[in-house]
Design a protein around this ligand. Structure first.
Ligand code: ADP
Length: 579
C-alpha cells in the first residue's frame, strides 16, 4: 500500500499497533529467536507424518515387488499415504527457504501489507540507505531492518500521532536536509523533536534504541539547560541510606547507583553513627573559583598585574565590578600564579545556593573587561586557564579548597563498632593508618586519602542533580580514625575541601533530582538565607561519606568485603552467565 496514501489518513501509531497484534506477536518471537509454540507442534506433526508414510510406502513397495503386484494398483490406504507423503514433503522443504511453502513472518503477503501500512516502511521502500543496506547501516540483513521498523512502533509515545508532516521531518533528518539539532526550534515541541530524532537515528545507524525510554520525561525542562539533542533518558535506581543523624537533624540520603552493596553499606554506616549519638559537621569555606589565563609581552608586565590584583586597597573596586554579575556572587579572594609572562588569576566567590560556575565566570568576565582599560597589553587567552581547577585532579583544590570545604566527625561507641560494624576499634585504626594514609601516600595520591568517598559523592550527586564530572575534586577526602575514651571508642572524621554542590541551576531543577533534594529538605533557593540549602547539602554529602567510609573500612577489616559483594553485587544470573 502506498505510504503517502496511508499517511494522508493520519493514522496513529498507537491504533496501528493494536490493530496488528497478531503480526506483532509472531514477529517478536521470531526476532527474539524463539520458535512459536504452534509452529513447533506443526513441525513435529509433519516430521512424524513424513517419516511414517515414507516407511509405510517403502514396505508396501517391497511387498509389491515380492508378490509381483503392479505398482499402479493401489489401495485406499496407499493413496492416503501418497497424499500425506506429498503434503508433508512440501511442508518440510519449506525448511530449505522455499517461502512459497512455509511463509516466514516477514514474507507473508498479509503481514507485508500490514508493514507497508506503517509509515516506517518508508525506510525499506523509499530510503535506499536502509533498504539497500548501504554504508550507513550495519548490514545485518533485511530481518534487522524489519526488526527496527517494528521497534519504531514500540518506541512510539502512546499519545503521539505520527502525522505525514512528522514522517517528512524524519526523512529530512535521515537525508541530512534538516540538522538534528534544529528539531526543537523547528517543531516547537521538545518531546516530538526527541521522538523524531530517535526514529531518524535508528534508521541512520541501523541500531535499535530499545530499552532507552522516551516516555515519562519532561523534555522541555532540559532545553537550553541540561542536554542537547535528547533521544531518551537513562534510568538509574535511587536507594536511600539513613536516617543520618547530623548536627541533631535527621536526613534520609538519596543515592543513585548501579553498584550493589553501596547503599546497603552506607546505610549500615548511618546506623552506626545514629546509635552512637550522630555526626557533627563544620563548613570551613564556601567559595567557587574560576581562573582565567592572560598573557603579556613580558614577565614583568604579568607581575605588575599580579601585584595590582593582590593589593588589598584594590580589592573593593574589583569586588564591586565582579559583583555586578549577580545578586548572589560575591568576590572573596583573588590569588595569582605566574608562569613566565602568563598570569593565572584564581577568583573565589560565594554563589548562594548555586554551585556557581556560571556565576563566577560572569563575574570574572566583568573584571577582565574592566582591567583591559589599565592593562591594554593584556591578552586574555582563556576565561579558564585550569588553575581553577574544574573537573581535573589538582593540588590547588586539595590545598585551597573549591566549593564547600567541610569536616564531619563522629564518635562511634565500642559496642557499636562490635555489634553493627562487626569489627574492633583497634583494627579499624590500624587499617585506616596503613590503607587510607600510608597506602595512599605510597600511591602518590592527590586528595585520595580515603576508602571510597567517590562512591558516595557520585551516587548523591546523580540523585540530586549535581554535575557528576565534579566528582573528581568533590571526592577529595582524608579519612582519619583514632581510638578515644581510653582506647575504647572510635573517633572518625572526613575532611573534604572541595564539595561542589548547588540546589538551584543545572540538573537540580529536573523533576526527579528536585524530588531527591526535597527529601533532604534542601530543594531550590533558601528564601531566608541564600546559600543555606547548598551548604546543608554539602554537609549531608560529607556525612554520607563518613558513613560510607566507616562501613567499608569495617567490612575490609572484618574480611567481609568479597563476601558481601558476592551477595549484593553479583546476581546469580551474572554468575551463571560468567561461569
Ligand atoms: P551555576 O552558577 O551553578 O551554573 P546557574 O547560573 O545555572 O548556576 O543558576 C544560578 C541562577 O539561579 C542565577 O541566575 C541566580 O540568580 C539564580 N538564583 C536564584 N536564587 C538563588 C540563590 N539562592 N542562590 C544562587 N542563585 C540563585
Amino acid at each position: 500500500m502506498d505510504v503517502r496514501r496511508r499517511s494522508s489518513l493520519k493514522p496513529s501509531f498507537k491504533n496501528h499497533v493494536s490493530d496488528n497484534k497478531m503480526f506483532e506477536a509472531k514477529d517478536k518471537k521470531v526476532v527474539d529467536g524463539f520458535v512459536p509454540l504452534s509452529l513447533g507442534i506443526s513441525n513435529g506433526v509433519f516430521f512424524t507424518v513424513f517419516f511414517s508414510v515414507t516407511y509405510f510406502l517403502l514396505i508396501r513397495w517391497r511387498e509389491k515387488i515380492r508378490n509381483s503386484t503392479p505398482l499402479h494398483v493401489v489401495t485406499m490406504s496407499e493413496i492416503a499415504a501418497i497424499f500425506l507423503f506429498v503434503a508433508s514433503f512440501i511442508y518440510l522443504i519449506g525448511f530449505f527457504g522455499m517461502s512459497f511453502v512455509h511463509p516466514t513472518p516477514y514474507s507473508d503477503d498479509e503481514e507485508e501489507e500490514e508493514i507497508e501500512g506503517d509509515v516506517n516502511e518508508i525506510v525499506r521502500k523509499e530510503d535506499s540507505r536502509v533498504s539497500s543496506c548501504g554504508a550507513a547501516l550495519d548490514c545485518e540483513s533485511d530481518v534487522v531492518v524489519k526488526h527496527l521498523i517494528k521497534k519504531d512502533l514500540e518506541h512510539l509515545p502512546t499519545e503521539t500521532v505520527v502525522t505525514e508532516e512528522d514522517e517528512e521531518v524524519i526523512k529530512a533528518v535521515v537525508s541530512g536536509k534538516t540538522p538534528s539539532y534544529s528539531l526543537e526550534s523547528k517543531l516547537g515541541d521538545c518531546k516530538r523533536a526527541a521522538f523524531i530524532r530517535r526514529v531518524a537515528l535508528e534508521r541512520i545507524t541501523g541500531k535499535s534504541l530499545d530499552g532507552l525510554p522516551l516516555e515519562g520525561f519532561d523534555y522541555e525542562s532540559i532545553l537550553g539547560q541540561c542536554c542537547e539533542m535528547p533521544v531518551g533518558y537513562v534510568q538509574i535506581p535511587v536507594g536511600i541510606a539513613g536516617p543520618m543523624l547530623l548536627d541533631g537533624q535527621e536526613f534520609t540520603v538519596p543515592m543513585a547507583t548501579t553498584e550493589g552493596c553501596l547503599v546497603a553499606s552506607t546505610n549500615r554506616g548511618c546506623k552506626a553513627i545514629y546509635v552512637s549519638g550522630g555526626a557533627t559537621s563544620v563548613l570551613l569555606k564556601d567559595g567557587m573559583t574560576r581562573a582565567p589565563v592572560v598573557r603579556f609581552g613580558t614577565a614583568k608586565r604579568a607581575a605588575d598585574l599580579k601585584f595590582f590584583l593582590e593589593e588589598p586597597l584594590n580589592f573593593d573596586t574589583l569586588a564591586s565590578v565582579f559583583n555586578k554579575s549577580s545578586r548572589f556572587g560575591r568576590l572573596q579572594r583573588i590569588q595569582c600564579a605566574l608562569a613566565g609572562k602568563n598570569l593565572y588569576i584564581r577568583f573565589t566567590c560565594s554563589t548562594g545556593d548555586a554551585m556557581g560556575m556560571n556565576m563566577v565566570s560572569k563575574g570574572v568576565q566583568n573584571v577582565l573587561d574592566y582591567l583591559q582599560a589599565d592593562f591594554p597589553d593584556m591578552d586574555v587567552i582563556g576565561i579558564s586557564g585550569n588553575y581553577c581547577s574544574d573537573k581535573k585532579p589538582a593540588a590547588v583544590n586539595w590545598i585551597e579548597g573549591r566549593g564547600k570545604s567541610v569536616v564531619c566527625e563522629a564518635i562511634i561507641k565500642e559496642e557499636v563498632v562490635k555489634k553493627v560494624l562487626k569489627t574492633t576499634v583497634a583494627s579499624l585504626v590500624e587499617l585506616n593508618m596503613l590503607k587510607n594514609l600510608t597506602g595512599s601516600a605510597m600511591a602518590g595520591a592527590l586528595g585520595g586519602f580515603n576508602a571510597h568517598a567517590s562512591n558516595i559523592v557520585s551516587a548523591v550527586y546523580l540523585a540530586t542533580g549535581q554535575d557528576p564530572a565534579q566528582n573528581i575534586e568533590s571526592s577529595h577526602c582524608i579519612t582519619m580514625m583514632e581510638a578515644v575514651n581510653e582506647g575504647k571508642d572510635l573517633h572518625v572524621s572526613v575532611t573534604m575541601p572541595s564539595i561542589e554542590v548547588g540546589t538551584v541551576g543545572g540538573g537540580t531543577q529536573l523533576a526527579s533530582q528536585s524530588a531527591c533534594l526535597n527529601l533532604l529538605g534542601v530543594k531550590g533557593a533558601n528564601k531566608e538565607s541564600a546559600g543555606s540549602n547548598a551548604r546543608q547539602l554539602a554537609k549531608v554529602v560529607a556525612a554520607a561519606v563518613l558513613a560510607g567510609e566507616l562501613s567499608l573500612m569495617s567490612a575490609i577489616s572484618a574480611g567481609q568485603l568479597v563476601k558481601s559483594h558476592m551477595k549484593y553485587n553479583r546476581s546469580t544470573r551474572d554468575l551463571a552467565s560468567k561461569a
